[in-house]
Design a protein around this ligand. Structure first.
Ligand SMILES: C[S@@+](CC[C@H](N)C(=O)[O-])C[C@H]1O[C@@H](n2cnc3c(N)ncnc32)[C@H](O)[C@@H]1O
Length: 289
């Protein structure tokens, strides 16, 4: 007789299988893939643990589980979606999967925007899926955002995400290498989570990273080249009093702080991620020179 698999059976079996195959978050991944295969929200799995799942429904799930283990494809790419700042973003292999750490940068941006009472102009350099631009625009109705990326394919995904959250009319998308094609020069706030790894960093990261675009991760031999470029040009694009807020890699904060100070930025502040690491630095353009 064939076994009658319930939701709970499938979750338990898959969690163990993922554990045995060194998947970092085995239960969460099993839940996300099963919810996706059944076309339900994750919470509904908990309310239907005893529900039997038919062979046909199990087939898609089995395929996803197999790809997760054998090819190490990240869950967000398998299901085409990732939650960031409590909003769902479309994800493809053309964009970086937004990380929870980057929510620190959203908080810093929102706090700065809170201090401005009028309409504000924000620039997001290297928008990827549009995570930062969409999250910020969704929280503050008085901001207009310019979102740039060197990758046209990434910009197409970001634009779709802006439409998904009814924010298309407040985000302008510009294909640009760094600040090159950004014509407007008077932003109140520049946010960026640029690539900040070098190829040695990449080798020690989880195998899933190989499925994300290299252009979203790598920034030259040091890993800090794009950050340095942004820091040395950003002042020309900020209003006096404007804020530059950068996400950076572990161990890069001191170096970036020196560059910011050399460029005349003031009021430098480090912001820590959940693990207590200094991952965001904010600074102000105080003078016009
Ligand atoms: C680390 S990802 C960040 C994506 C998104 N902002 C996020 O936080 O999830 C960096 C992004 O910068 C883009 N990028 C890489 N080099 C760039 C450059 N020279 N100028 C503009 N964008 C660049 C990549 O295509 C990628 O989308």
């Amino acid at each position: 007789m064939t076994k009658n698999w319930t939701i709970l059976d499938l979750l338990d079996w898959t969690t163990k299988y993922f554990q045995d195959n060194c998947i970092d978050t085995p239960r969460l991944d099993a839940e996300c893939l099963l919810a996706h295969s059944l076309n339900v929200e994750r919470i509904s799995l908990y309310l239907n643990f005893d529900k039997p799942i038919q062979e046909k429904e199990r087939t898609e799930f089995r395929q996803l589980v197999s790809k997760r283990v054998t090819e190490r494809i990240p869950v967000a790419q398998l299901i085409g979606e990732k939650e960031f700042w409590s909003l769902k973003f479309k994800i493809t292999s053309d964009v970086l999967i937004p990380r929870p750490d980057t929510e620190v940068l959203v908080s810093v941006a929102l706090e700065y925007l809170e201090s401005l009472d009028s309409q504000a102009e924000v620039l997001d350099i290297g928008t990827g899926s549009g995570a930062l631009a969409v999250a910020i625009a969704n929280e503050r109705s008085n901001v207009q955002i310019t979102a740039t990326d060197i990758s046209g394919a990434a910009l197409a995904v970001a634009e779709e995400n802006s439409i998904r959250h009814n924010l298309r009319d407040r985000i302008r998308f510009v294909e640009s290498d760094g600040l090159e094609a950004v014509s407007q020069k008077q932003f109140d706030l520049i946010v960026t989570n640029p690539p900040y790894l070098n190829s040695a960093d990449l080798k020690i990261l989880a195998p899933e990273i190989a499925h994300e675009p290299k252009i979203a991760l790598l920034a030259g031999e040091q890993g800090t080249e794009i950050l340095e470029n942004i820091v040395s040009n950003a002042k020309d694009y900020l209003k006096v009093g404007g804020c530059l807020a950068l996400e950076l890699g572990e161990g890069q904060a001191e170096q970036v702080a020196v560059w910011l100070a050399d460029e005349g930025f003031e009021k430098l502040e480090f912001h820590k991620d959940l693990a207590g690491r200094r991952r965001v630095i904010s600074s102000r353009k105080v003078r016009s020179d």
